[in-house]
Design a protein around this ligand. Structure first.
Ligand code: C2O
Ligand code: CU
Length: 478
């Protein structure tokens, strides 16, 4: 404002534009947030819940005109798969695209042969059935392609969806739980447009990959959501390909963090921000006043130099506007959520260390025939993960949910205190995590662990682990 007073006219507008912090870039929210439909399912043999997914292309309009996109059972994104702990499920995936794809169930505990990584390619016209029994706490999981070297492009074009796991914990019903009403999926992606066309990954890029300057939530640009109750639960999913978000509410309004990647926390934690790198999720509960409009935003995800170097120089985004009705249904936040036993490092059968640097993990690129770790079934392991350099990375591991023991030698903050399958690796920081590798052994099939910056993953920043019975040797074929 001072700048405006001193100058005036057109020059003032220019100075004002450059002098003004980018925090004030404001979006006019003019489209109702799309809620992905709950996927239909049918009852298969022995009560198995059977879903059908078809990866296909179609046309979408994000406000610039029609552009070609990819989706599952539709033109963009996919339906929300939903199943309860203890349920046997099957997903029949058909590939109606003109290139090979796979579908991976991010965060799901399941046999390696069902996991949908690069070892399970589905050729154009081909299909794959993944079948397993859901056995893990209620959580916001998601599914996305995981083909060798093509994950960034396929996710960017629109292949992704939610997989919500339910269970009987009383806390689930004590929290807002009416899907699409007060329990809202918020799948966040950044996009770049070239005229009316979605710019595709190949032609963009930075050290961490595609960075867009427009935000889509569930495929909706400039979205608003009408809310009718005092509390709304947002299931935040970073389904971008590279961008890191630091979610918060306008004005620094506090909210309750209630869950992370693999399920609910022990209790709600009041905070004013939660940072999510690609693939990470958080469940938050926001309290609203009658009639107000409140914006979910992201700002200063990395901060300082890193922001311009790795987050495209843009440090603030308006993401979603919550519009509270004139009268709101009363709701209260439970004081406690779920009891989660802490895994004990004293009981670890093995400690391993990995350094993420460049496009390699401990100096090695991806090799589909090599086992980087052989883990004995039903044992606990401690993994030390270091980011060796100044590029942001992340650590994601398939099959298990882990607990973070230490971040650079210190106890983790609340957002890293619950079950996680993905953790942001800040430059030069060290993370110690612990997991139990329960239930499934298969010496011939690998699970992946990798950087979830999709460009890095595609460029080979990925390793493999094999879970075996005691005394078994792995036999991978590549
Ligand atoms: Cu979200 Cu290995 O993937
Ligand atoms: Cu990386």
């Amino acid at each position: 404002a001072l700048v405006l007073v001193l100058c005036g006219g057109g020059a003032a507008a220019l100075v004002y534009f450059f002098a003004r912090p980018p925090l004030d870039v404001r979006v006019v929210f003019d489209r109702a947030l799309r809620i992905p439909p709950i996927a239909d399912s049918r009852q298969g043999e022995q009560g198995r819940r059977v879903f059908e997914l078809q990866a296909r292309s179609g046309d979408s309009d994000f406000g610039h005109g029609a552009t070609r996109t990819w989706g599952y059972n539709g033109a963009y994104l996919g339906p929300t798969l939903r199943a309860k702990r203890g349920e046997a499920v099957a997903v029949n995936v058909r590939n109606a695209l003109s290139e090979t794809t796979t579908v991976h169930w991010h965060g799901m505990h399941l046999p390696a042969a069902m996991d949908g990584g690069p070892h399970r390619p589905i050729a154009p016209g081909g299909s794959f059935q993944a079948a397993w029994t859901v056995d893990q706490p209620a959580a916001t999981l998601w599914y996305h392609p995981h083909p060798s070297e093509r994950t960034e492009t396929q996710v960017y074009r629109g292949l992704a969806g939610l997989f919500i796991v339910d269970d009987d914990e009383p806390a689930q019903r004590a929290l807002p739980h009416d899907y699409g009403v007060d329990d809202i999926p918020v799948l966040v992606q950044d996009k770049q447009f070239d005229g009316d066309q979605l710019s595709m990954g190949e032609r963009l890029g930075s050290d961490i990959g595609v960075l867009g300057d427009e935000i889509l939530v569930n495929g909706t640009p400039r979205p608003y959501l009408d809310v009718r109750s005092e509390l709304v639960r947002l299931r935040l999913v970073n389904a971008s390909t590279a961008r890191i978000y630091n979610f918060g509410l306008a004005g620094g309004r506090p909210f309750a963090l209630v869950g992370t990647d693999g399920g609910l926390l022990d209790r709600p934690y009041m905070t004013d921000h939660v940072r999510l790198s690609v693939g990470e999720r958080a469940e938050i509960v926001v309290a609203l006043e009658p009639g107000e409009r409140l914006t979910l935003r992201s700002e200063q995800a990395l901060g300082g130099d890193l922001e311009s170097k790795f987050n495209g120089g843009r440090d603030a985004f308006d993401i979603l506007q919550l519009r509270a009705g004139a009268s709101l249904t009363p709701a209260t936040l439970p004081k406690t959520l779920v009891a989660t036993p802490r895994l004990d490092p004293e009981q670890a059968a093995q400690t391993r260390s990995f350094v993420f640097q460049g496009r390699e993990i401990s100096g090695r690129g991806m090799d589909m025939s090599r086992a980087d770790a052989v883990v004995v079934k039903d044992t606990i392991e401690v993994w030390n993960i270091a980011n060796g350099h100044d590029t942001p990375h992340s650590f994601h591991i398939h099959d298990v949910q882990f607990q973070v023991l230490l971040v650079d030698g210190r106890a983790p903050p609340p957002e890293l205190s619950g079950w996680k399958d993905t953790v942001f690796l800040a430059p030069k920081q060290r993370y110690r995590v612990i997991a139990r590798f329960a239930d499934y052994a298969d010496p011939a099939t690998a699970y992946m662990f990798h950087c979830h910056v999709l460009k890095h993953e595609d460029e080979g920043m990925m390793g493999q682990f094999v879970v075996v019975e005691p005394g078994q040797q792995p036999r991978l074929h590549g």
